[in-house]
Design a protein around this ligand. Structure first.
Ligand code: SF4
Ligand code: MSK
Length: 655
């Protein structure tokens, strides 16, 4: 096939689209090689203004209908649907799709767990029996005197309800602080099984069904909670039980982890079962020998995006970059196989991989891509797939033709702060608890906690919003917890090291130096946002910071989000009681009733609320103001100044 080399109409200015030096270097190489990436496509594809306002509806063939998203909002669709109905339905479908992605991922993990417990899958095993027992106990399963198999069987049966339960509350509702649960019960949004909630949300957003934005929002919350406290939480907990609960580990990140003299294999996607098997295959002496016989010094297994983040926190596998670097990493010419499973896999990878003769493998039956080679992964015989991909990678290494240029940038950081480890880290082996964290918040050394998570997006300068926001937060004594691609942005910028404490305010710095921890704690993949929910629940249960999650001095942000999963995550944080600020753009127009409902009224109902700004400094201000307001309401406010950096300060820091 003739290689596709596309020269875009509008050339991008590299320094305007990323602050990642490796990605910038590869963008320049791609320009020289005549290769197009999402950065070019974003510059040449103007976002549709009507879609950006969420003012169009194509839910039936009387339309599509385009409404004017400017006041007085009197235009309606052919069926009479108002702007609030149309925006709420569009938002609902994003929540449903995002929730479906996470819960289907969680269900795959549960399928694997069942087959391991039944003895039908032998390549995986239960690695963390302590976690198995603690999760079982938390949801009321008797563990005393029972074997691992008995406990695991009971846990499987209970957790299956997370997906299939037609009425009543899902098992992990037991983890929700009582007052938060009371709010949900009052609102009628305690989730049933995710399948039911997603189905109902799709039904309600069909033409001619739910046409009240407040009622649609309720089902959005219920569905999102079925993800956060359901599907995603199961995915995280089962992955920990099967593959081990993360503990801090020093890891190298950035494209400098690639090695010219080794067979470089990237795994990108979300489900850890593929990557776990890749790890086993890559260490198989016969395959290592084969690589050496082909002239390589070894097999270099590297992660990207969230698969990478999971393996980074669990096994210390090096990580080459986040979502907006997945095409540019191919431009190095050094990738001998690029293996993907599900979610956030750009179709554009096919053309870039082709330009550098890199085999691109899809592995999951849910995700085939035209032009990629499909090597199906089956948990019952995982090595069949992962060995085959490694053999093909060795073949590519032996026959490399692409010119290789590997950026020399590598950042080392500490990652793997599960909510269990935070417990232990702050409380010590013999009194592990959240008491020291709460105490430090109450005494003001730590002002509050912020979750900064989510994607990167070519509509904004890659990594810049994440990094600037987090610097402002830690400078103001706010401890930052992270997941997903955001965590990788901060790791590349060097903020996940204990030494980064010097960038923190004096209180946070003191805590970090005493404990030896970074001011920015990486927890894992985007599905692991559930760890943040559990940490919030622990903070409430520990006491002194209010009775519900909505009382806590915490806030969340996804400054460069792009996916529907992020919208669902945002909604479950908001429904759980957290003020959550998104950047880039927001798919709802200010001034509408639906906007007011999400950005204001939900908080009056005892939940959190949404916020939006593309500016990292404004975002930091909004989050700090919120945290201060919560401190005041708790009576733990003492006069403290918000320190926002001016340009001179920033220049001093980057000098
Ligand atoms: Fe238009 Fe209503 Fe049909 Fe949507 S559901 S396309 S607003 S007629
Ligand atoms: S991979 S959902 S770009 S965090 Fe989870 Fe990254 Fe966002 Fe995908």
């Amino acid at each position: 096939m003739e290689k596709k080399k596309v020269v875009s109409k509008k050339e991008i200015v590299t320094k305007d689209v990323t602050i990642c030096p490796s990605t910038a270097q590869m963008i320049e190489k791609a320009k020289r090689d005549g290769v197009e990436t999402a950065f070019d496509r974003a510059a040449n594809m103007k976002a549709c203004p009507i879609g950006a306002d969420s003012a169009c509806c194509k839910h039936c063939s009387m339309g599509p209908c385009r409404l004017n998203a400017k006041a007085p909002y009197d235009k309606v669709g052919v069926c009479g649907a108002t702007i609030d109905t149309i925006m709420a339905r569009n938002f609902a479908r994003m929540v449903a799709a995002g929730g479906a992605a996470h819960t289907d991922h969680g269900m795959s993990m549960l399928d694997l767990f069942r087959e391991v417990v039944n003895g039908k899958i032998l390549d995986y095993e239960i690695k963390d029996t302590q976690k198995l027992e603690s999760v079982a106990q938390e949801i009321g399963i008797e563990t005393e005197g029972r074997s691992v198999k008995e406990i695991a069987t009971a846990l499987y049966e209970e957790l299956e309800r997370t997906y299939t339960q037609v009425e009543g509350e899902i098992p992990f509702a037991k983890r929700v602080p009582e007052k938060t649960l009371e709010v949900w019960r009052k609102q009628g949004i305690v989730p049933r099984g995710a399948m039911r909630e997603i189905m109902e949300l799709m039904h309600r957003s069909h033409m001619g069904v739910d046409q009240h934005y407040e009622n649609i929002t309720k089902q959005c919350s219920r569905t999102a909670l079925a993800d956060g406290w359901g599907g995603s939480m199961v995915a995280t907990e089962i992955a920990d039980i099967l593959f081990g609960t993360p503990t801090p580990v020093a890891v190298d990140v950035d494209m400098g982890v690639l090695k010219e003299d080794q067979v470089n294999i990237i795994v990108h996607g979300h489900e850890p079962n593929l990557f776990e098997s890749m790890l086993v295959s890559s260490q198989d002496p016969a395959l290592v020998e084969k690589a050496k016989a082909a002239g390589a010094k070894g097999i270099n297994l590297v992660g990207m995006c969230c698969s990478g983040a999971e393996m980074l926190v669990r096994h210390g596998i090096p990580h080459a970059g986040n979502f907006m670097s997945t095409e540019t990493v191919l431009v190095t010419g050094a990738i001998d196989a690029f293996c993907v499973d599900v979610q956030c896999i750009k179709q554009g990878l096919v053309a870039v991989a082709e330009c550098y003769d890199t085999p691109l493998f899809t592995t999951n039956p849910r995700c085939k891509i035209e032009g990629a080679e499909h090597v199906e992964f089956h948990e019952h015989d995982p090595r069949e797939c992962t060995d085959a991909m490694i053999i093909k990678a060795i073949h590519r290494f032996q026959n490399r033709t692409a010119k290789i240029e590997i950026p020399k940038n590598t950042g080392s950081g500490v990652h793997g702060f599960s909510h269990e480890y935070i417990n232990y880290m702050l409380g010590g082996t013999f009194r592990s608890s959240y008491v020291p964290l709460n105490d430090n918040i109450i005494n003001g050394r730590i002002r509050g906690v912020a979750g900064v998570v989510g994607c990167t997006n070519p509509r904004v300068k890659q990594d810049w919003v994440h990094v600037e926001l987090v610097k402002e937060l830690i400078r103001n004594d706010i401890l930052v917890v992270q997941t997903g691609c955001s965590q990788i942005a901060l790791a590349k910028a060097g903020l996940t090291t204990p030494e980064a404490a010097h960038l923190a305010g004096s209180g946070l710095k003191e805590v970090c130096e005493t404990v030896g921890m970074p001011p920015v704690l990486g927890l894992g993949a985007c599905v692991d946002n559930s760890r943040i929910l559990i940490a919030c629940a622990e903070m409430v249960k520990t006491g002194g910071l209010g009775e519900s999650i909505a009382d806590l001095p915490v806030a969340g942000a996804a400054p460069e989000y792009m996916s529907e999963k992020a919208i669902c995550i945002g909604q479950y944080f908001v429904a759980s009681g957290v003020f959550t600020v998104f950047g880039v753009s927001f798919p709802i127009v200010e001034g509408t009733k639906f906007h007011k409902h999400l950005f204001q009224e939900l908080e009056d109902e005892g939940m959190g609320k949404w916020g939006f700004t593309p500016d990292p400094y404004e975002m930091a201000k909004m989050m700090i103001d919120h945290i201060d307001a919560k401190r005041k309401a708790l009576g733990i406010d003492k006069a403290r100044e918000r320190v926002l950096m001016d340009m001179a300060d920033r220049q001093k820091l980057s000098a």
